[in-house]
Ligand binder design. Structure first.
Ligand code: PEP
Ligand code: MN
Length: 258
């Protein structure tokens, strides 16, 4: 039996034939920003709102996120729009702040933080586990095992691209073969994040369509209402209009393959 991740209050589902759209900004920046984006992605067909509050930035001088306030704003925006919310947790000591968050994300930089994974295995919330920056498929599966062996079976796997030698045109190499491989090996839902995988807004839709075609159970897409002014990852963020188009085209691909 395939695992289905469901947030009942919102009828939000991923897995077992249900395709879930997780959308929202890289970082929660302000109340206005997250509320505007939440309304637009909901209208476009998303059932999950993402937004980082604790950001794992490569540079310690980059915007680090709004922290506790960011979580609060994200949860409010999600409740207002009837969207389940997803946010990244980096440190188990902040777990109490995530009470209103429906799905806890483990980012690529923490995929092999085994103490964090074990602790998250003791929680009762679904975990969205990203593939490590240079992580193998086996390493991803074993990281999922850390969570499940501690008692939490609700894990979503996310392919988000792996470190590439190119670097000039794409941020990472999106390994779409990971999708059918993981689906052969596990019963867990597998989603794709083409935003972090490519690093460029123009590449997000084509890769999202390919992800849907090769059997992904959902997509995580960065959306910002003013990408040029985003405090993080503006280059790879879609506008709400571009996201709406993507949803329509992904649905068409899924329909064609039925
Ligand atoms: C994110 O989704 O906000 C993020 C930081 O992604 P990743 O961990 O895949 O780099
Ligand atoms: Mn980002």
């Amino acid at each position: 039996m395939n695992t289905v991740i469901e947030i009942k209050e919102y009828g939000a589902r991923i897995g077992g034939g249900c395709f879930g759209f997780i959308a929202g900004p890289c970082s929660v920046e302000s109340a206005g920003q997250i509320h505007r984006i939440a309304a637009r992605v909901k209208a476009a067909g998303a059932s999950f709102l993402r937004g980082g509050a604790f950001k794992p930035r490569t540079s310690p001088y980059g915007f680090q996120g709004l922290g506790a306030e960011g979580i609060e704003l994200l949860v409010q925006a999600g409740r207002e729009q009837g969207l389940a919310v997803v946010s990244e947790i980096m440190d188990i000591r902040t777990i109490d702040l995530f009470e209103g968050v429906d799905i806890l994300q483990v980012g690529a930089r923490n995929t092999q933080n085994y103490d964090l994974l074990r602790e998250l295995g003791r929680t009762h919330k679904p975990i969205l586990l990203k593939r490590g920056i240079a992580g193998t498929i086996k390493e991803l599966l074993l990281s999922a095992e850390y969570i499940m062996a501690s008692g939490n079976q609700q894990v979503i796997l996310c392919e988000r691209g792996i470190r590439t030698f190119d670097g000039g045109y794409t941020r990472n190499t999106l390994d779409l073969s990971a999708v059918p491989v993981l689906k052969e090996l596990t019963h867990l839902p597998v989603i794709v994040d083409p935003s972090h995988a490519t690093g460029r807004a123009s590449l997000v839709e084509p890769m999202a369509l390919a992800a849907a075609a090769c059997g992904a159970d959902g997509l995580m897409i960065e959306v910002h209402d003013d990408p040029g002014k985003a405090l993080s990852d503006g280059h790879q963020s879609l506008t709400p209009g571009q996201f709406e188009r993507l949803v329509g085209r992904v649905r068409a691909v899924r329909e064609a393959l039925k």
